[in-house]
Design a protein around this ligand. Sequence first.
Ligand SMILES: *[C@@H]1O[C@H](CO)[C@@H](O)[C@H](O)[C@H]1NC(C)=O
Ligand SMILES: *[C@@H]1O[C@H](CO)[C@@H](O)[C@H](O)[C@H]1NC(C)=O
Ligand SMILES: *[C@@H]1O[C@H](CO)[C@@H](O)[C@H](O)[C@H]1NC(C)=O
Length: 391
Amino acid sequence: MLYKSIITLSFLLGNGAFALVHPGMLHTDADFMRMKAKVDADAAPWITGWNTLTANSHSSNTYAPSPQAIVYRGYDGTHPENYSKLYNDVHAAYALGLRWKISGDDSFADAAVKILNGWSSTLTAIRGTSDAALAAGIYGYQFANAAEIIRSYSGWAAADQTRFKTMLHDVFFSINHDFLVRHNDAELDHYWANWDLCNMASMLAIGIFNDNTTMYEEAITYFKSGLGNGRIDLTVWKLYTVDGVVLGQCQESGRDQGHATLDFALLGPLAQMAYNQGDDLFGYESNKILAGSEYTAKYNLGEDVPYTSYTNSDVTQSVISNASRGTIRPAWELIYAHYHDLKGLDSKYTGQMRDLVNSESGGAEGGGGNYGPNSGGYDQLGYGTLAFRLE
Ligand SMILES: *[C@@H]1O[C@H](CO)[C@@H](O)[C@H](O)[C@H]1NC(C)=O
Ligand SMILES: *[C@@H]1O[C@H](CO)[C@@H](O)[C@H](O)[C@H]1NC(C)=O
Ligand SMILES: *[C@@H]1O[C@H](CO)[C@@H](O)[C@H](O)[C@H]1NC(C)=O
């Protein structure tokens, strides 16, 4: 395949190590060119996504960040939680980055730099309860993605980029790594899949931003053979074929649909980032991520899916959970664009879920701030209609 051979030729170095490519997380330069061309041409539905982005206050070039020395997620009995400051600023940096790349107006990059530098000169730790690991995972991969967009901006000084890398490593990666290795000394199957997945996404993203192939490979290896529920064979653990469609029951299907859908809001970005580095996790084990996405989308669209009783060290779930069924997360454009638009695979339930989310979002996926003020609306970066749709 042409794509793979370009990657192999360009990035294998003499010593057998490989170099990470930039920009190479959620978006490549070709992606930014497509987004800009679609917006310049006023083409639907990308233009709807663009209008959603520019109307969101997080993408304003007057956005004022609120960096904190210590971020708390989960009430530890003493310190009030303040992690909303982090997720708002992370989403602003990402939104500003997209707006800069598409408009070419440096005032948006300058506003993003202010956020990135504000945090890298202030943040020293993430604490709270065990939920700190969720903050380190979710906002770690999102922050690295915002920074990856701004990385090529001449107005972001090299020393400031280095300080940002240090923050990503010391504050975020250190928690990601410890979590995946130790899981707070809990049973290996205690933490639901999304806990591992967000920490894997963060480790992968920080490996890319920091040009550290050890971190990057640790995340890829975990996806394939990790011991916790983020290993793909544990996240999507039971396959069925119904009417010719392969459906994959998810580790969180019997918990609730808010978390079951979150797993795909994390698997999508994880696979997209790896793909842009030449590793195809989407295709891994005959498109296992797609099987899970089709199952989860089908159930959340209101249709029946088969279910097998799930048991771990803590619970037995004998029926699929209908809690939060129909959850609206801007997460499906990425998955559908890859499997359907790029690879030409039938992904009909994912596609219908994408369309449902878009119709509930004014015609295109929004971003942080468009889905309420709480953390769930910031679990994913969104803007997928603008950023990922190919056809
Ligand atoms: C963040 O949490 C710490 C500890 O509770 C607190 O001192 C600080 O003021 C908080 N910041 C905000 C903006 O709430
Ligand atoms: C990459 O990250 C690992 C894990 O933190 C660290 O041990 C190693 O020194 C880093 N490599 C480089 C080149 O910075
Ligand atoms: C949701 O699931 C519960 C438990 O299986 C069931 O009793 C209830 O009828 C379901 N509700 C709906 C609206 O399907």
